[in-house]
Design a protein around this ligand. Sequence first.
Ligand code: NAD
Length: 252
Amino acid sequence: MKPEDDRHADLAAKLRAAKRAVIFTGAGISTESGIPDFRSRDGIWTKMAPIDFADYLASVEMRREAWRRRFAMDAMFAGAKANRGHQAVAALVRRGTVFCVITQNIDNLHQDSGVPENKIVELHGNTSYAKCLSCNLRVEFEPIREYFTQHGDAPDCPACGGLLKTATISFGQAMPEREMARAQAAARGCDLFVVLGSSLVVYPAAEVPVLAVRQGAELVIINREPTPLDDLAGLVLHAGIGDTLDGAVRAL
Ligand code: NAD
């Protein structure tokens, strides 16, 4: 592995040369905030299989289980703070180097680090609030948690009576069209596309970096482990995100 200073310098050089960069994040950027990723050995999936969207719709038991799991993770999500990686991304947005942050994460930590909402594209939604699956109304967790504690079930939508669900995209659920279109437009319009902490195996999200490369952007990947797109990248750093990105941003 290259010495740390070289890695920072290589990455800083790419960032310095970029006119319109995009950052694309996955669960790996938030592990340093105490939120486990999906595929590492201590990841969430190794402990429990995800609930498919069809099962959520079909079964009251599955919906109860989904809410039980979500509320069991309250302390973890509420206690998580944006880390050095998130702060470095926010600094790149403030400098004007990065015009769009596309995230597969649902933890709200890019917003918490100060990236403006209009520069964030959430491909898989957000787990800090709920939405009605029929009328799309945003519903905060507090009344849902209270109802769940009393009845062991979530309430129906207060506006239309539809099913409420955390505002995340489950397996089998349609991708949010507007967010996908925004992500694709950003990929088409960038000259540098930086992936931070994603195994790049979840589709269609993992198509977005490929689109950027096809349109002529340079790809940079920072991930502890190899990914299927490493061969497409001009720079691959198998290293921790916090140290690496923070070091590069300080070297700018
Ligand atoms: P993933 O778990 O498939 O991959 C994460 C990758 O990050 C792994 O390859 C791992 O080696 C790497 N990694 C972990 N910590 C790192 C660090 N500190 N520095 C560098 N690399 C690190 O995650 P994914 O690609 O985002 O796909 C999984 C799906 O899981 C996403 O759709 C996302 O919505 C969801 N998810 C989100 C969160 C969150 O919001 N924080 C947490 C778990 C899962």
